[in-house]
Design a binder for this molecule. Structure first.
Ligand code: FE
Length: 191
């Protein structure tokens, strides 16, 4: 019989393996790889002393991109890869809601911020603006009210800001092994 600790270790190993095997691919039309993007997002979360669960969420928020074989330029072809849904399904059987929810909501968070913050849209990268249209565009008033009532909505907004910032060419960050500890701790979370 496997213990909970052994299960947690194997999930952390599985995540690390995904990044090692598939993280070298380009992050959509952006200037960084998937692995660089993940490490940068987690580094920003750590600098803001986010909880271990939210640092883990920042690291794996785009794991959905590592789980499909659609081309990296799918949005150019008018395809929404629905990576946040792929990630949520994959993560839900492995991580607690405190990790899964902000990841599942990180695209909705972009649509929300575009609707409520006039400056936000102007700061988005070109690929991010392009995918916004495929993802439904800025939220409507009803969608905003609904989004604000969801648990973990503030965490999703914080994650979104780190996600948007994590596109820096040549940024020095700790490596994957450094962040493995947050995956382990997130897996122990009761929430
Ligand atoms: Fe991202």
């Amino acid at each position: 019989m496997t213990t909970e600790a052994e299960n947690n270790h194997s999930t952390t190993d599985e995540v690390l393996r995904l990044f090692r095997e598939r993280g070298g691919s380009q992050y959509g039309g952006e200037v960084v790889t998937q692995l660089e993007h993940a490490l940068q997002a987690a580094t920003f979360a750590e600098r803001e002393t986010a909880t271990p669960a939210l640092i883990a969420a920042a690291l794996i928020h785009d794991v959905g991109h590592l789980l499909h074989d659609l081309p990296q330029d799918a949005p150019d072809q008018g395809i929404d890869d629905q990576h946040e849904t792929r990630a949520a399904v994959w993560l839900a059987s492995r991580f607690p809601p405190v990790v899964v929810a902000p990841v599942a909501m990180h695209v909705a968070a972009k649509r929300y911020l575009c609707a409520i913050d006039a400056d936000y849209l102007g700061q988005l990268s070109q690929p991010s603006i392009q995918s916004l249209a495929l993802q439904g565009g800025p939220m409507t008033r009803d969608e905003i009210d609904c989004f604000e009532s969801r648990p973990y909505f503030q965490d999703a907004l914080r994650l979104r800001r780190w996600d948007d910032a994590a596109k820096v060419v040549g940024m020095v960050t700790p490596g994957l092994e450094h962040f493995a500890r947050y995956l382990d701790r997130a897996l122990e979370s009761e929430e």
